[in-house]
Design a protein around this ligand. Sequence first.
Ligand code: ADP
Length: 725
Amino acid sequence: MLLALLAVAQTLLVWLTVRVEAARAQDNAETVAAQLVGDLRRDLTRAGQQLQALGWGDPALAGWRRGATELLRAHTELRRVERRDASLAVVDTLDSPFGPPLFDHLRRPQLSIEAEAACAAASRSSAASFSRSYFVPLAGGQGLEVVDLCVPVLQAGQQLGYLVGTYALSALLDGALALREDQSAPRVRDVQRYELSFIEGDGTRLARAGAARGAGVYVAERLVDLPGSALQLRVDSMAGRPSLISNLATALVLGLSLALFAVVLLLARDVRRRAEAERALAEALAFRKAMEDSLSTGLRARDLQGAITYVNPAFCAMVGFSAAELLARPAAAGPGTAVSPPYWPPEQAGEYQRRQAQRLATRPPRDALDARDLAEAREGFETVFMRKNGERFPVMIYEAPLVDGAGRHTGWMSAIVDIGAQRRMEEISRQQQDRLQATARLATVGEMASLLSHELNQPLAAIASYASGSLNLLQPEPQPASDSGLPPLPPEEERSLLRQALTRIAEQAERAGRIIKSVHGFVRRREQQHETLGADLLLEAVLPLVRLQARKSGTRIEIDIQPVPPALQLAGRTPRVRCDRTMIEQVLINLTRNAIQAMEAATPLAARVLVLRVRQTHARWVTFSVIDAGPGIAPDVATRLFTPFFTTREEGMGLGLSLCRTVIEQHGGALDYGAAPPRPGAAPGSPRGTEFRFTLPTPRQPDATAAQGAPETGDTAGLEPAERP
Ligand code: ADP
């Protein structure tokens, strides 16, 4: 395409050059012709004046002859001067000394017609007049084309005679040419390059001048308008048609120069662009460097062999090794001889080595497995690194494949965040939470102290009375019948009574022990641990303490656990949850205590019912409800219900509900409340009480005993708390 364009441009250039050259040559010819016409006319007009100046003078011919001889000497083109009388008879003649006499070969009277016609015209107009040109044969087959100029000589209005000058046309042309050369016109420097000629109307050449031969290509013809006659001047340049070859070469050189110039321009532009791009690149690099240096996140790049190819200052600061120390180490000296980076704790090097090998084997998503690995790497994983001083610290690593400009996978880029401080803060916060909850539990138990002592007193009193009864039975000496008024018992009956008493003692001791155990179990501080257990077990564990409180105010307790609907069944018919048992027990204790207390003031004894309800409403969630028949929650209380230390009770701490919400949210569930559902048989308009609800997650995997249950559907996995049942 470019070549074709170049060819067209070249052709056009050649054509234009040829055209311009031709036009200039033609133009030059025209100019030369115009100038020569001017010169010729001036010369001939002057010739007329000079002839006239000879005048008639005195009748003695001597004076006239002198003037005429001088004239002939001065003008080579003037070949002969005649003096004729009024009747045109030749009185005297003089021939030019520069050539053979004109009318030697043919006599003058034979060639006089033209001169006579001119004189007749001159006489008519009383002014100089030219004849038509005619041919004068000379000796040796030669000849000359001449023109006669006839000047009438008048004196006092009377025709005295005529002066006739005969001019050789070729000499006229030579004269004009010589004049041109002298003057050397500015535009036409080289008049010798033209052939000048006078021609007839049909193109026959009459006379020619000039050293050159015209090529007939650039020809200009002009009419030299003379009094009485006219001559056709032809100027023919010796230059032929412009040569294509020379022009082609010129055009080629010109074209190539232009192309070279264009290439140089393009190169210059390219160089400038490159410089600009380099500057932009340098700026981008500087920006990137500043950005990487200012990061507090460690950056590390590894090639596909696991060798570290780049680390940023933050990473060096994190692990305590300099960049040089990290980069110098090869990842593996060869197959089987792995060299671990210095920040890997030696005890875990093996596992890390395995993990690295797995990561390095992963290619940017080639298959589903890789895609999953990649997604995991992007999400980040937690691991432990070692500082130079041997200190271990937890880090979070996010990895992404490094892909070069050609789309090739060249390694892995990792962002490493030191999460030691975060972990410490989390630990402190967890410990504080634990302590707070333990304190809250102690406070709850403290509140229940009098109830507890009362509750323990009963079995203890029973134990004491059974014990004293048994002691009585075991008196060593039999009592006189008169003392008791009763006959002594037979030994078998006595043993049976003793067994009964001891059984009661054991029962009561066990009852007291249960109470102590439930309190102990509730107060005991344990490490947080999540376990999977049935909702019924959870309720059972708190029931002794709930009953303890309920009994005092005469509240009845209803347990309502609905079996899991078959569609949601994963593991058995009882709803099962995954939770930290102690914490959830505490939540249940708090909610039931609040419910019982709410019913203490205004609820009539008959209506005091506490409902503990469990429903599995969703494959992933189990809802627990604690429903009371209290006065409900006033709007001003509702706004601050979950604010820590908000309470309406004198002895209350105001921590119960806020703790409950924290605990449930830590489990991923949600806690809220609302008006209790209307009870069957309740009077319309009577206060409905309050329902506190919370959700707990079901275990993710169905356990082995219920493996035949419906598989867990994945579509509920991303439920937001608001969507949770
Ligand atoms: P405390 O029990 O120490 O007062 P909570 O945070 O458990 O602290 O409860 C805060 C307040 O919420 C209580 O003082 C009470 O006014 C109100 N409240 C809690 N549960 C109920 C309920 N079931 N019915 C009515 N009011 C309640």
